[in-house]
Design a protein around this ligand. Structure first.
Ligand code: ADP
Length: 455
């Protein structure tokens, strides 16, 4: 497998090599175009100087020896073709006879300018007799040809070494830096990849310890957030299943038990009726549970409102109150309402379920001779609805949990219910962009405040 790390390394090395080659080709071409002719001209000036000085020397030989040690490689040819070298030695001492003849005839030799382009390493360094400039001068009545090039080794050897070191140090540092940078980049990604494997195995406890502010840090933060959320959802799913199984199991057991009792022939008709009533209640509870579960699942799937219609909330509230009037009477509850006219855009059936849930709760958790007040205020941008009862109330801890699925303050489940009503209410109001809050005092009463935006 090609790791990110090795890929990073290979790419960097390729970049270094590539840029070195390009840099070299560029400077080589620059040398041939610009530097080479200039260099030739500069050296031609020097050799002209040397030659004109040579003409006036007492001892030509020692003068040239001196020039040689001053950093020039020289080749002197007399008119009979005999040559002598001064200064640093040429690597290649070939020079066509015709060139010598031309120079002796009084022409300048521009070997540097005309040095072949093909040389891959810049011609500057070519230590050849052909790579020189040449001119002629007269000494003691005789004609001489003089060829010269600067002794690169003598003049530039320190610079050479220095430059070499700079390049080597730069290369080493670059590679080390790239190795470190690549590791820093790749390590958190490795951690992320390992953590993802754990999440696949349903281990949601993994939290990445990556403290960075860059994109990788953001990715790690989001990953942590995601696993935390997945963990919560997983826990919710498990508790949901266990709650549902429990809430189906207990009425089923009751039904089974009472059905078995009913098989007994010696029961009085009163006892029989009692058992039948229990069975009826339990089937009703199960039917309610499955209905609410269906509602919740469909709310979960929808996520947001599909259809919006004009809903006359005032009419809905009045209808709900009317529907449960018999229950108020049965429980000796006193109901008052003060409803302003209000029409909202939303889902009619869902909103109806909200009022029904809040009202039946106010009835269920009330006391004989208690009261319920319902009000609706139509404000500029929103509609505020309140359900106030004088029932059993809740502790602050209970208030925190009532919107959770299956939560019921009354663990003994003496009052009937599923613990799903308020979570449905909460979700519907949320889908309508509204809010629901609760205020309650134990043994004194409870108020639910619903605020729905008009737009
Ligand atoms: P349930 O089916 O149990 O009524 P809900 O989700 O409607 O489920 O309510 C959750 C819990 O909140 C109830 O079990 C009850 O303990 C508490 N609760 C809801 N409404 C009231 C209220 N008006 N007064 C007191 N407690 C309430």
């Amino acid at each position: 497998m090609k790791t990110l790390y090795s890929r990073f390394l290979i790419v960097t090395l390729l970049i270094i090599t590539g840029s070195t080659i390009i840099g070299f080709l560029f400077s080589n071409s620059y040398y041939h175009q610009k530097v080479k002719p200039e260099n030739d001209e500069k050296n031609m000036e020097i050799i002209t100087g040397i030659a004109s000085f040579a003409e006036n020397q007492d001892d030509l030989d020692s003068y040239l020896v001196q020039m040689g040690s001053a950093g020039y490689q020289l080749y002197l040819v007399d008119s009979s073709g005999r040559g002598k070298f001064y200064g640093g030695e040429f690597r290649d001492k070939q020079l066509p006879e015709s060139i010598v003849e031309q120079v002796l005839a009084g022409n300048e030799y521009h070997g540097m300018r005309n040095f072949p382009r093909e040389t891959f390493v810049s011609g500057f360094f070519a230590d050849e007799l052909r790579n020189t400039v040449g001119t002629s001068f007269d000494y003691n009545g005789e004609r001489y040809a003089l060829f010269m090039r600067p002794d690169i080794e003598l003049l530039f050897s320190e610079v050479h070494i220095l430059l070499g070191w700079i390049v080597v140090i730069m290369l080493v540092l670059t590679i080390v830096a790239v190795l470190i940078a690549a590791r820093m980049l790749v390590n958190p990604i490795r951690k992320l990849s390992n953590a993802t494997h754990k999440v696949v195995d349903e281990n949601f406890d993994v939290q990445l310890d990556i403290q960075r502010t860059d994109e990788i840090g953001q990715l790690a933060d989001r990953f942590n957030h995601m696993t935390r959320r997945l963990g919560e959802l997983d826990a919710m799913r498990k508790s949901f299943i266990s709650n549902v199984s429990h809430d189906i199991q207990s009425p089923l057991l009751n039904i089974q038990g009472y059905a078995r009792l009913l098989e007994n022939d010696s029961l009085t008709s009163e006892e029989k009726q009692d058992y039948i009533n229990v069975i009826k209640d339990e089937t009703e509870r199960m039917s309610m549970l499955s209905k609410q579960l269906l509602v919740l699942t469909s709310l979960d799937q929808k996520g947001k409102l599909e259809k919006k219609e004009a809903v006359d909330v005032t009419a809905q509230l009045k209808e709900t109150i009317h529907k449960y009037r018999w229950l108020f009477e049965e429980k000796d509850l006193f109901v008052t309402y003060d409803l302003e006219e209000a029409v909202l855009s939303g889902d009619e059936a869902m909103l109806y379920a909200v009022w029904e849930n809040l009202l039946t709760n106010a009835i269920k958790y009330n006391r004989p001779d208690g009261s319920i007040e319902i009000s609706l205020k139509n404000k500029a941008d929103e509609v505020a609805i309140e359900f106030r009862d004088t029932g059993i109330g809740m502790t602050p801890e209970e208030q925190e949990l009532i919107f959770e699925r299956f939560y019921r303050a009354d663990e003994a489940r003496t009052t009937e219910g599923t613990g799903l009503g308020l979570s449905i209410v909460n979700q519907v109001i949320d889908m309508h962009g509204g809010t629901i809050t609760v205020e309650s005092e134990q043994d004194a009463g409870t108020s639910f405040f619903v605020v729905l935006p008009k737009k």
